[in-house]
Design a binder for this molecule. Sequence first.
Ligand code: 5RP
Length: 262
Amino acid sequence: MPSELSPIDKAKFVAARRATKFVETGMKVGLGTGSTAAWLVRCLGELVREDGLRIKGVPTSTRTAQLARDVGIEVISLDEAKWLDVTIDGADEYDADLNLIKGGGGALLQEKIVATASDQMVVIADISKRVETLGAFPLPVEVIPFGWKTTQTLIEELLVGMDVLGATSALRMNGDVPYVTDEGNHILDLHLNRIGNARQLSLVMNQIPGVVENGLFIDICDAVVIGYGDGRVEVQDINKGTTEESRYDFLESANLFADLTD
Ligand code: 5RP
């Protein structure tokens, strides 16, 4: 139960719990991927089962789809939904402008498509994800398997002319074999340390043949919900220019999520 969680999991839980306030009955909701997004799916599932919330969820990965069904959320495809009211997802890094690095969980392609097809994207995170400048977290780039080494070479050549502090990359592995995304692609993780111009890098990266999409989310996120291990939550809205604070009392829901795993 939440009161027995580590501070980091408490932070993720309170961020997810607060983010459910962005969701109303009748909405079509993009469901993110990762450990923080898993909290969100559980929280929404509880509202569906116990409070009569009626939503349709569009998951951003097969594992989120499975979890959403398991907790009682109706799952539809993006093509069925066409457009979403809100997407709520985690992030690997976010900066002061709410630009993001995503894809640590390997779902960046579906995540970017779903977030872009939403009226609003809300990121849920613990405070460790906030950075001055993006790039300490390796930037995931989804590439097609055909000729991936050539694509890697082209990416590394491109990086020489970019405002970054590193230019090495590694094929993401799953044990002894390359990691395969839900779309059947591979991921190159770029070790850049610091990305001076994330907007430019995102645009030029996607011009390379073989690159499907990169994990920079520029001007996509509207609000970030930041959780802390002591139950504090901040909601920063980039459009309104506001930051709201609240606090979650863990004793309120001591019976929730005892079996949470991701
Ligand atoms: C998956 C993602 C995740 O949102 C990101 O990796 C954060 O995950 P977590 O909440 O587990 O820290 O982009 O592709």
